[in-house]
Design a protein around this ligand. Structure first.
Ligand SMILES: *[C@@H]1O[C@H](CO)[C@@H](O)[C@H](O)[C@H]1NC(C)=O
Ligand SMILES: *[C@@H]1O[C@H](CO)[C@@H](O)[C@H](O)[C@H]1NC(C)=O
Ligand SMILES: *[C@@H]1O[C@H](CO)[C@@H](O)[C@H](O)[C@H]1NC(C)=O
Ligand SMILES: *[C@@H]1O[C@H](CO)[C@@H](O)[C@H](O)[C@H]1NC(C)=O
Ligand SMILES: *[C@@H]1O[C@H](CO)[C@@H](O)[C@H](O)[C@H]1NC(C)=O
Ligand SMILES: *[C@@H]1O[C@H](CO)[C@@H](O)[C@H](O)[C@H]1NC(C)=O
Length: 357
């Protein structure tokens, strides 16, 4: 019933558009643009509006199969992007008020005191007492203090970046965020890096104190980017994180090692749980996209695609920098991705899923 009504409305719309097309043809026979283009454009606009609405309210259900969405998602990604300043400012205000990346993304001398008790994000029974030596190695303040970052690129490690030619576009951003010491490459992912995460499990260098060279070599690829570690997520993260800070601080003072504030990450967790995200822990990628929504004027997201095939049914490696096979999530719509899709549809950020031109 509802369907046939929709069909009727759609046919009426078609008739109207064709009719308009005929009038246009009558008056503008010499126009180089075919009137059919106008009709097609308008049909395309209607379809884009429909898809935008659909993806803005798409339900995050684990059982949704990607295959059912591929064609529509592919069409939607070809639609012109519509930014929404109101939506952006609302997200920024909510995030700043409830989470405050601006003043608490990581520990600084400003927001942390000597002897302060630092809670753990997940190992909630434990705390860490900030001593003077570590405090002395914390950064003075945030590089963005008092200003808003402009265009930010948040670059995930998804295999869709392979052969994407997005390097130049990413490098033209004002601020670039990357993850897990991912390799950089001028053609596909770009080289510019302002903030990059390190997972404590990646610090597997032997005799780090006596032989820091391999670690120094590994991180100096990223120039003066801030290296951010989840030192106070779980108790087992603390040792390697503090060691990394101790080793790199004297050798590369221009490249600060910083620690996520567990209070910030907890607030972010509450923020998204309150909005229906039920995961045990948000991915670091999703955390820093949220950070960017607060700190940046304009957020561009690359390399976030948790599926084993792309929009054209070509198989996609899990990461752009290795040949690992796709993740177990490949046939469902992971919750975080659904959120990104919603944010894109509402004009709050730009999700890049196709090669750059
Ligand atoms: C922009 O976002 C606001 C807040 O969510 C919403 O009320 C408004 O309708 C949106 N504007 C457009 C053009 O979609
Ligand atoms: C954010 O944190 C900074 C530093 O701790 C503080 O000065 C500021 O008032 C906080 N802002 C909000 C909105 O809570
Ligand atoms: C930190 O605590 C130690 C003893 O626990 C004390 O000697 C020191 O003065 C304290 N430092 C500050 C800055 O409060
Ligand atoms: C850069 O990316 C291209 C395409 O993905 C690849 O062929 C090339 O080996 C990469 N170079 C480096 C240095 O990773
Ligand atoms: C990337 O391009 C290379 C060379 O054209 C090709 O061999 C490879 O299959 C492509 N990889 C992906 C994931 O598209
Ligand atoms: C995608 O490719 C797989 C095998 O590679 C095939 O079985 C499937 O039918 C294809 N799906 C579409 C929508 O083309």
């Amino acid at each position: 019933m509802a369907l046939s009504f929709l069909r009727l409305v759609f046919s009426l719309l078609m008739v109207l558009m064709v009719f308009q097309g005929v009038c246009v043809m009558f008056y503008y026979t010499r126009n180089t643009h075919s009137p059919r283009d106008g009709t097609a454009d308008r049909l395309q606009q209607v379809r884009c509006t429909k898809l935008r609405h659909k993806f803005a309210i798409i339900k995050p259900a684990k059982s949704i199969q990607l295959q059912r969405f591929t064609q529509e998602l592919s069409d939607f990604m070809s639609c012109p992007y519509q930014s929404n300043t109101t939506e952006r400012e609302l997200n920024r205000m909510r995030l700043q008020y409830l989470c405050n990346a601006t003043g608490s993304l990581f520990l600084t001398k400003q927001n942390t005191a000597i002897n302060q008790t630092i809670p753990y994000e997940k190992s909630t029974a434990k705390t860490y007492k900030m001593n003077a030596a570590i405090h002395g190695m914390l950064p003075e303040d945030f590089p963005w203090s008092g200003r808003r970052l402009g265009r930010c690129a948040v670059v995930g490690s998804g295999g869709i970046l392979k052969n994407s030619s997005c390097g130049r576009e990413i490098d033209s951003a004002d601020y670039v965020i990357r993850f897990n010491l991912a390799s950089i490459n001028d053609s596909d992912v770009g080289l510019k890096t302002d903030l990059i995460t390190i997972n404590p499990s990646q610090i597997r260098f032997k005799n780090l104190d006596k032989n820091p060279e391999p670690l120094v070599e590994r991180v100096s690829v990223y120039g003066n980017a801030f290296l951010i570690m989840p030192a106070f997520a779980y108790t087992f993260c603390t040792g390697q994180s503090i060691k990394t800070l101790r080793v790199l601080h004297p050798i590369r003072p221009q490249q600060p090692v910083v620690f996520f504030s567990p209070t910030y990450l907890r607030a972010l967790d509450r923020f998204w749980k309150g909005r229906g995200l039920k995961e045990v822990r948000l991915s670091t990628g999703f955390m820093l996209i949220s950070t960017a929504l607060e700190l940046c004027e304009d957020v561009h997201v690359y390399g976030f695609w948790p599926f084993g095939t792309d929009l054209h049914n070509n198989s996609v490696p899990y990461h752009y920098y290795d040949e690992l096979s796709p993740h177990r999530y490949m046939h469902s719509m992971p919750e975080e991705f659904v959120r990104l899709l919603q944010l894109h549809s509402k004009g709050a950020l730009t999700l890049h899923l196709q090669p750059c031109s």
